[in-house]
Design a protein around this ligand. Structure first.
Ligand code: 3PG
Length: 392
């Protein structure tokens, strides 16, 4: 795969797809490792005197973290000068792109605000491609964590523009090429259970986060308010429960949970549920039990937090599990934006892990042996602006 070193980008207009998707609480975007690390490629492109346009997403339509990239721009500006425009394909965005000077960087609005992001099948008739592709000389993909999505900014632009990997994507691929996960203990958490289910293939699994609660529901446990929360917010439906039921043989589930009562952490044993409180973390018995398993493991892969890790009262499960993994001498792979952020926030020594990836779902699919569309298209034969065919 080609990299930034393969091209002379001086004075070229470069479309950079990066992943700035971060934790959002009550509308506030937290400065994440993804934002911090994205600066590496941006700075290099700036230094190479490219005209850089950054494209990124935040959240998913209808979710509470589906917000503008204005705050991300503010965070980025702590490290590198970036202009932000609240537009994607309109006149304002196109004139800002045209007027960029060598070494300048422009961040467009949340790409998922544009419906065409979800319609790469429209090909050349996709508004994003029609209006924007002709304005660029190069496409750089630095978003390994989004490479599992068949979305326009990931799979279509590199069909019409010569493309290459950014430094973060390159770093992830180099690290993943070296890993060997055999007899691995999977610690699966986070809020995307449809991803976790892909790894239930006989390995031993410690379930936590929303995934742990959903596994319990699939085992027939009633959690009360948390059942409602999970179903009403689209984290789970009857179909997923039915699929999960058949795959739980090697899955260990939480023994207790921490709920929020008057803003405080309160721990409850599983037999005290159902309750009227929502769940925010695993409890101390679960932590103890999981840490014992982690001590015995030969290699470990952890994906997603064990609880609501951005709130200090509910970060205990995630932090204790990460610390236990850091102590294990076997190979460990950590995946997902939340875990990278927790490692940084709680000053856990990153060097103690085999590899800490910024990617959650994409990494999980990679491990499950699936092909990632974003990588396939970068590796493949790329159509140049609809006419010439070029080996990439
Ligand atoms: C992630 O957070 O894993 C990536 O940004 C992809 O987000 P998505 O699951 O909403 O596509």
């Amino acid at each position: 795969m080609k990299t930034l070193s393969s091209f002379n980008l001086k004075n070229k207009t470069v479309l950079l797809r990066t992943d700035l998707n971060s934790n959002v609480v009550n509308g506030r975007v937290y400065l994440s490792e993804r934002i911090r690390e994205s600066v590496i490629t941006i700075k290099e492109l700036k230094k190479k005197k490219a005209r850089v346009v950054v494209m990124a997403h935040q959240g998913r339509p209808s979710k509470s973290d589906f917000v503008s990239l204005r705050q991300h721009a503010k965070h980025l500006n702590k490290f590198v000068k970036v202009k932000f425009i609240e537009d994607i394909t309109g006149k304002r965005a196109r004139s800002a792109i045209k007027n960029l000077r060598a070494g300048e960087v422009l961040l467009l609005e949340n790409i998922r605000f544009e419906k065409n992001e979800f319609h790469p099948e429209k090909g050349k008739n996709n508004k994003l491609i029609k209006r924007l592709a002709p304005m660029f000389d190069f496409y750089v993909n630095d978003a390994f964590s989004v490479c599992h999505r068949k979305q326009t900014s990931i799979v279509s632009f590199p069909k019409y523009l010569p493309g290459c990997a950014g430094r973060l994507l390159e770093r992830e691929l180099k690290a993943l090429n070296k890993i060997k996960l055999k007899n691995t203990l999977y610690v699966l958490g986070g809020a995307k259970p449809e991803d976790d289910i892909k790894l239930l293939k006989g390995n031993k699994v410690l379930a936590c986060g929303l995934f742990g609660q959903i596994c319990l529901i699939a085992k027939g446990k009633k959690l009360g308010a948390q059942n409602k929360y999970l179903f009403n917010n689209g984290f789970v439906d009857d179909k997923l429960i039915k699929r999960l039921k058949k795959k739980l043989q090697n899955v260990r589930t939480p023994l207790d949970f921490a709920v929020k009562v008057n803003g405080k952490r309160k721990e409850l044993k599983l037999n005290e549920f159902p309750v009227k409180y929502e769940i925010f973390d695993i409890g101390k018995d679960t932590i103890k039990n999981y840490v014992l398993e982690i001590k015995k493991a030969k290699s470990i892969y952890m994906k997603g937090p064990a609880g609501f890790s951005s709130d200090e009262k509910f970060s205990k499960g995630t932090v204790e599990i990460l610390k236990a993994i850091a102590k294990n001498k076997g190979f460990s792979l950590i995946g997902g934006g939340h875990l990278s952020d927790t490692i940084k926030k709680y000053k856990i020594n990153k060097k103690k892990f085999g590899h800490v990836s910024l990617s959650g779902g994409a990494l999980l699919r990679y491990i499950a042996g699936e092909k990632l569309p974003g990588l396939e298209v970068l590796r493949g034969i790329v159509k140049l602006k609809g006419t010439k065919i070029m080996e990439n």
